[in-house]
Design a protein around this ligand. Sequence first.
Ligand SMILES: *Cc1c(COP(=O)(O)O)cnc(C)c1O
Length: 358
Amino acid sequence: MQRALNFNAGPAALPVSVLQEAEKNWLNYHNSGMAVMELSHRSKDYEAIHQKAQDLLRNILSIPNNYEILFLQGGASLQFSMVPMNLLTEGKIGNYVLTGVWSEKALQEAEKIGSTYIAATSKVQKYRSIPNEISISKDAAYLHITSNNTIYGTQWNQFPSNEFIPLIADMSSDILSKPLDIENFDLIYAGAQKNLGPSGVTVVIINKKLLSNSIDRLPTMLNYNTYAKHNSLYNTPPTLAIYLLKLVLEWVEQEGGLKVIEKRNEEKAKILYDCIDESEGFYIGHAEKESRSKMNVTFNLNHDDISLKFLQQAKEAGFIGLNGHRSVGGCRASIYNAIPVDQVCQLAEFMKAFKNKN
Ligand SMILES: *Cc1c(COP(=O)(O)O)cnc(C)c1O
């Protein structure tokens, strides 16, 4: 079977070996006579999967013991609400850096819960860059950022410090793409369907000191304490998604860990950005150079008709998912961890050939 040239933004491509391992165990997990999704979430077999996924994540990201790893549902989008519900207490102000569509959505949800403040925004520059200056309000509950802007194709290189107020990051589209200093953050969340596995599970990494503030009148399922107290087994977790997360984490380890993954991601991004920069204005990158994302490469062609032709011919040549997000248009190649260098080279070759013919 020929693997698709899948540049989708999410759900996105998974490593072939992960899918093969899942297939091998599909009908009969560890000789149980059952599939993973048929196991009780209270069984030893499932508990081992659950524990292993947490242990691997803790190892790979060097997550200290004063942080809990939680598995939730509802996607990153539910975290837009859960963060303020749990942490934006009376008299405090939720600070947000706006760097694109997802951070705007996070802010909108927080506005429904309490007071908010825009600590920085690059909206007037059409979100081409990450703001370098941030002003924090008084009585700040936290500062919220989006580490990688999946739609506009920008990414933070250097994070604000969490010395004075808790730092919260939506890392849905770049978690596990490079090593990370967890202690610089107080809460990290990520929907799995970009770099971690399939959709259906959301990972939350939270400093235990934030759990003590959590509010008792919250609905049980919207309270981080519920997940922390019950090891994310208060109710039925998304068992199949967590199993696949475990396989992806094993794959990251086998590949050599985050330093190796980071180097490969840098190499892949360079291939495409070089192709854009050497095209003499035929391809125009959306993001400013110093804010460019290594996960989502966004670009336009020099006029709309040729953009449509490019997307059409790319589709005919087997490239999938190159349309920009419906809210911004243009083109976008998402090159998460599971995308092999070879596929990125094929895309760059296609882009060069298209340019020469047009
Ligand atoms: C994809 C994405 C989301 C939305 O995730 P859902 O799991 O669909 O809710 C939020 N934030 C970022 C940065 C994303 O890339």
